[in-house]
Structure formats: structure tokens, C-alpha cells
Design a protein around this ligand. Structure first.
Ligand code: NCD
Length: 305
């Protein structure tokens, strides 16, 4: 039985296969409409979510399966003090596969160790968010035609942003990917990514503070929200929350075919006037998230169509 905790749980070859499957699902959705008949997905969300939970649910429904679950810790037995290990043992009796989001780093891993069904990490604190990474990879591959030979700017909260941590881990495995890390001093990428992932693997990267200084060299700009819920005090959040705002004017500095991605939700970091720019791909990205989660469910349940 396989779980998904980190994008590195799949080899590059397996990732290619998964993305090929997602692409086939996009082209031929009818072919997969009954692939999961009779199967159930549990969504166990101890932290807020719109896209991740609903895209998992949509994915399972599109495959003909059904869904059950909870969308906040208050509405589960966690509020009574139940451990994750006990919760997953019980959920293993009710469902065939589980997507779990939790505010604590490593929570999904703990669950996977006691689970009788595949567990998917749908975000564990400030650590990892592998299914967002699958979504990001599918978006870049579909719209740019490649995953190697790109310069990607990651902008905003690189300290707490789990989507950024997972995406860096995944992208270093492709040829000639250069990272431009754009953040204020306080929100720089954690050392365990800079040293153990980037430096240790001899990956080309630079750290800059001004978005304007990075813009012209980028093939992809990945914007992120300042992660309010992970700050220790509100004052710091307020000081940093509008540090970056991508506007039409700043887009003039970018290549004509640069892609703007964002895992969403957006707060202020991308002005709504940018939404009509053909380079803005964040809503398409959300759509790709459904196909890639369909492909993931089929892969972890070992279902071939
Ligand atoms: C991201 C997350 O939960 O980490 N959202 C998502 O899953 N699309 C990004 C965020 O919340 O800022």
C-alpha cells in the first residue's frame, strides 16, 4: 500500500506517468466516469480549505466514487481528545482512501503509519503540500510544455508557505531549473530548504527582496499569500502582508509568455486587474488540480482504466 506524504514519494518516471494520466483524464473524462464506482474517499480536514478539499471531492465524484469526511477539527472527535492514530484506524473501516490536512507538521505521516488505507497529505502545517505540487507541475507542463529549462520566481511567504517547500523539492529533479527566491528578510526560505535541498544539490538560485529586480528573467512567477495563521503575532503579519502586490504595471516588466501561478487563496498579493492578463494562469491551475487528484486517486488505489 502506498501513501503520499511528499512529492519525492514518486520517482520522476512515476510523476511523468501520473501527469500523463491526468492529461488523458482532461481529454477523455467520460472514459474515467465509473473507474471508482463503489469506492469512498474520506476527507479529514483539521484546518480550513476550499480548493484542496473540494477538488478532492470533485475528483472522487468525477470517478464515480463517493465522499465522506469533516472540514474542521471542531466537528471531529479531535475536539474530544482523540489521537490521529485512533481516528485513522477507524476511518480505515469506513473508506478506501483518505486525504488529510492538519496544522501540525508530520500529522499525515503519523496517520499513515497506523492506516489500513492510503493516506494523502493534503497539507501538514508549514511543511509540505504534495498535491498542490502535482497541480503546479501539471500546470507548468501543460502551459509551458516542459518542466526543465525554466527560471521560476517564488514570491512572498517562503518561510511558512508549504506549497513553496514542496514545489522546490519536486522541481530540483528536472534539468536546468533556476530558482529566484523573492521575499522580505523575515520570510526567507528556511535553512533546511536552502542548505539541505538547494545548496546540497548544487541548484542555481538567488535570493532577492524586490520583485521588480527579478521579473524580467522569469519563465514562471509563483505568487504566495502571507500565511497569517502561522505567525506568532498579528503585528508582524500586518507589517508584511502587503509587501508584494503584483499589478498590471509590474507585469510590463515580465516576458510575454511568463506564467503567473498562485496556489490560491489570494488575498492582496495579485491585484484583480491582472486576472485578465493572458499570462495569469491561477484559475486554470485550480482546474488542473482536479485532474491531477483524479490521477492520484486511481494510482494509489491501483485502478487501471
Ligand atoms: C495553499 C495551502 O493550503 O497551503 N492553499 C491550497 O491548498 N491551494 C496555499 C495557502 O493557503 O496560502
Amino acid at each position: 500500500m502506498r501513501h503520499l506524504m511528499s512529492p519525492l514519494d514518486f520517482s520522476v518516471g512515476e510523476l511523468d506517468q501520473l501527469l500523463d494520466l491526468a492529461q488523458d483524464i482532461e481529454k477523455n473524462p467520460q472514459k474515467y466516469a465509473h473507474a471508482c464506482d463503489g469506492k469512498k474517499l474520506a476527507t479529514c480536514f483539521y484546518e480550513p480549505s476550499t480548493r484542496t478539499r473540494l477538488s478532492f471531492e470533485a475528483a472522487m465524484l468525477n470517478l464515480g466514487g463517493s465522499v465522506l469526511g469533516f472540514s474542521s477539527a471542531d466537528s471531529s472527535s479531535a475536539a474530544k481528545g482523540e489521537s490521529i492514530s485512533d481516528t485513522i484506524r477507524v476511518i480505515s473501516c469506513y473508506a478506501d482512501i483518505c486525504a488529510m490536512r492538519h496544522p501540525k507538521e508530520g500529522a499525515a505521516l503519523v496517520a499513515s503509519q497506523k492506516s489500513l488505507i492510503p493516506v494523502i497529505n493534503a497539507g501538514d502545517g508549514g511543511h509540505q503540500h504534495p498535491t498542490q505540487t502535482l497541480t503546479d507541475l501539471m500546470t507548468i507542463r501543460s502551459l509551458k510544455g516542459r518542466l526543465g529549462n525554466i527560471t521560476i520566481g517564488l514570491c512572498g511567504d517562503l518561510k511558512f508557505g508549504r506549497t513553496v517547500h514542496s514545489l522546490i523539492n519536486a522541481l530540483i529533479r528536472y534539468e536546468n531549473v533556476k530558482f529566484v527566491l523573492i521575499s522580505p528578510e523575515e520570510l526567507r526560505i528556511p535553512d533546511y530548504i536552502r542548505e539541505d535541498v538547494l545548496v546540497a544539490n548544487h541548484i542555481e538560485f538567488e535570493e532577492v527582496e524586490r520583485l521588480e529586480d527579478a521579473m524580467s528573467q522569469l519563465d514562471v512567477l509563483y505568487m504566495t499569500r502571507v500565511q497569517r495563521e502561522r505567525f506568532f503575532n498579528e503585528e508582524d503579519y500586518i507589517r508584511l502582508k502587503d509587501y508584494y502586490i503584483l499589478t498590471k504595471d509590474k507585469m510590463k516588466l515580465a516576458k510575454e509568455d511568463m506564467l503567473v501561478l498562485h496556489p490560491l487563496p489570494r488575498v492582496n498579493e495579485i491585484s484583480v486587474e491582472v486576472d485578465d492578463d493572458p499570462r495569469a494562469a491561477y484559475f486554470k491551475q485550480a482546474q488542473y488540480g482536479v485532474y491531477v487528484r483524479m490521477a492520484l486517486i486511481l494510482t494509489l488505489l491501483n485502478i487501471t482504466v
